[in-house]
Design a protein around this ligand. Structure first.
Ligand code: AHR
Length: 634
């Protein structure tokens, strides 16, 4: 192989390798958003879902029934329900929350409880709150004296005495009478950046460690809704937490498996928090909004063109929310929420995975309005679900005619497809729209059955493909694996990049590949050739090379997709290099190997010192491996 270290072909965009976040697989509620109480404000379709009253037979959620715990309705339109508890003298009445497949608590960790209560006639003397395990053993306890007959927020803290993945929150009462409760909430004290009621630290750390170039949010199909009424509306996700209207998550229904729909969006993780997270992890924010089309796999409902104004206004207002001064209405809200400085938004996505003439027609309306007011904002447009076929070709042609800036392509394909398509962008028009490979993942198949595992074959095949993304950095500006994360016991889609349960999280082999590329992306593309041609599968090898002008390094990536070890030598031309370098290897002997909760580090990179031989770099490439060679420029 040959690399001319002096010849920079093009700049690598800082956004090259990023993250695609969607609230699927419990990624937000029950995942990244560290709230431990499910249905904290009694707003699920079944208002007592997630709650049990084990010590009374008088279970009811019907306010007419007069039973022990009816749900009453407030005038508040976005958080109308609260829980009216009628504590009789039947000893031991308790209200128990099951959490999101349980609550993960850690020994000696502190937990912050808060709740709203109205203690009508002062009859309830004390509210006792405990963490319990499955045998009802108490793992932590605190109490609240409800002093007011009007709504008041109370908070308390307690420490867990034991580690438990499936704890529950138990609430009991001293005194008999009526008390109203709402927004019953429990968070670990230890959150990302110690933000009160913030995000799960271990999961954000995994994201941060990737040094992602961007964060796309809030999805995915979730942006579109099955109908227009249940599309994601960012304005409902900002402002006071308790006024963010809970709604059912569209990902319940598609894979019903066993349970009644119990996956809702509290919007505790809303657009402000997404912007803040992007900033925290050094990623450019990339929000995507409804373009007035519901999911075309579902109803495909369309907002008529003459009724598109509110959708377009949402986009304009979002830009004001992110970038406007405090003198603007939406900029003021951002400031009031704790971020006076603008978020410096540069991108906005119009529609998720939409296709066909209906999309193009709507895209044009958005483009005109956004560019008229915010000419510098880069618009991301969609190209539909598949990277091939009639709809894709139509969309691409139309978007080209419109001088679209960035087009989002999605592909969930076999590992073989990824290996075969490492050349996908080699012939893309350099003058046409730039590419955002916004959702991709290799889905393994055995005997034509989809395998939902994050196995090593899928991961190294993605790596082979990613050398193609990198080699085409001139046209490919953003890329992201999808979906990002999944709860071990509550997923609707797999494979996923990060897996978590209530106590732990780990990066899959695919995560390790993403991280390796993202943390070694460099600043300038170099050519790496074999007989003058790029290495795109000859001998089942794939390669790319970059230079980092900041760290003064040359970084070479070679992927060996065969079951046998191979040797290559890279001739380095141009600048002089230090003789000592570093070689990072990510390898595993079997195609079906994977990381798991039991062996989260089965497939992780190993790093060792490397010795250059003059201007030749011999590389030993283990079977099924991704190798990154880093050499310092003198
Ligand atoms: O990533 C899962 C889903 O795949 C996304 O929501 C959608 O955009 C795509 O179809």
């Amino acid at each position: 192989l040959e690399v001319d270290v002096t010849k920079s072909i093009t700049k690598i965009q800082p956004t090259m390798f990023g993250l695609f976040f969607e609230d699927i697989n419990f990624a937000a509620d029950g995942g990244l958003y560290a709230e431990m109480v499910k249905n904290r404000s009694f707003e699920f379709d079944k208002p007592l879902m997630g709650w049990e009253q084990p010590n009374t037979k008088r279970l009811s959620q019907n306010k007419q029934s007069g039973y022990a715990t009816p749900i009453n309705i407030l005038e508040n339109k976005t958080n109308p329900n609260f829980c009216r508890v009628l504590v009789n003298d039947d000893k031991g009445y308790a209200l128990v929350n099951e959490g999101f497949r349980g609550m993960g608590v850690k020994k000696d960790a502190k937990y912050n409880l808060s709740l709203k209560a109205a203690n009508h006639d002062g009859a309830i003397k004390k509210i006792i709150v405990q963490l319990i395990d499955k045998d009802k053993k108490v793992l932590g306890e605190t109490s609240i004296i409800p002093t007011s007959n009007a709504w008041k927020t109370y908070s308390a803290q307690f420490t867990a005495t034991q580690t438990e993945a499936k704890a529950k929150l138990k609430i009991t009462f001293e005194g008999t009478g009526t008390i109203d409760l709402d927004m019953i909430s429990l968070f670990p004290e230890d959150t990302w950046k110690n933000r009160k009621n913030g995000l799960r630290k271990d999961i954000v750390q995994l994201l941060y460690d990737m040094k992602p170039g961007f964060l796309r949010f809030p999805g995915g199909c979730i942006v579109e809704g099955r109908t227009l009424a249940d599309r994601y509306q960012w304005k409902n996700s900002v402002g006071e937490i308790e006024n963010r209207k809970t709604m059912i998550n569209r990902w319940n229904v598609e894979f019903p498996k066993k349970q009644t729909p119990d996956y809702f969006q509290s919007f505790g993780l809303g657009f402000f928090e997404y912007f803040q997270l992007s900033e925290d992890i050094g990623a450019a924010a990339l929000p995507v909004l409804s373009c007035g089309m519901a999911c075309q796999y579902n109803t495909g409902e369309l907002a008529p063109i003459e009724e598109l104004d509110p959708y377009v206004q949402d986009a304009l207002d979002l830009i004001e929310f992110a970038n406007g001064s405090e003198a603007t209405a939406w900029g003021k809200l951002r400031s009031d929420m704790g971020h006076p400085k603008p978020f410096n938004l540069k991108y906005i996505g119009v529609g998720n995975e939409q296709w066909g003439p209906d999309y193009i027609e709507r895209y044009k309306v958005f483009e005109k309005a956004i560019k008229a007011k915010y000419p510098k904002i880069i618009i991301v447009s969609g190209s539909g679900p598949s990277p091939d076929g009639e709809y894709f070709d139509y969309g691409m042609q139309e978007l080209k005619k419109l001088n679209a800036e960035l087009v989002d392509e999605h592909y969930y394909k076999s590992p073989q497809w990824f290996r075969d398509n490492a050349t996908r962008y080699d012939n893309y028009d350099r003058k046409g729209p730039k590419v955002f490979a916004g959702e991709y993942a290799a889905h393994s198949t055995i005997d034509n059955n989809l395998i939902t595992k994050n196995n090593w074959e899928s991961a190294f095949s993605e790596a082979a493909f990613m050398t193609g993304l990198e080699r085409n950095a001139e046209v490919v500006h953003l890329t992201s694996y999808a979906p990002l994360m999944a709860h071990e016991e509550a997923w609707q889609w797999a494979p996923d990049m990060i897996w978590f349960n209530n106590l732990e999280a780990y990066g899959s082999a695919n995560y390790q590949v993403q991280k390796l590329f993202a943390t070694n992306k460099g600043t300038d593309l170099l050519a790496i050739t074999n007989d003058g041609k790029p290495l795109t599968g000859q001998n089942n090898l794939y390669a790319s090379a970059v230079k980092d002008v900041n760290t003064k390094e040359v970084i070479i990536k070679v992927v060996n997709t065969t079951a046998t070890e191979q040797e290559v030598t890279v001739d380095l031309k141009g600048s002089k290099l230090e003789s000592k370098g570093t070689v990072i290897t990510l390898a595993s002997p079997n195609l079906t190997d994977e990381n798991s909760f039991a062996t989260p580090k089965k497939i992780i990179p190993t790093e060792s010192e490397y010795k250059l031989k003059g201007d030749k770099a011999p590389m030993n490439l283990p079977a099924y491996s991704v190798t990154v060679l880093k050499l310092k420029l003198k």
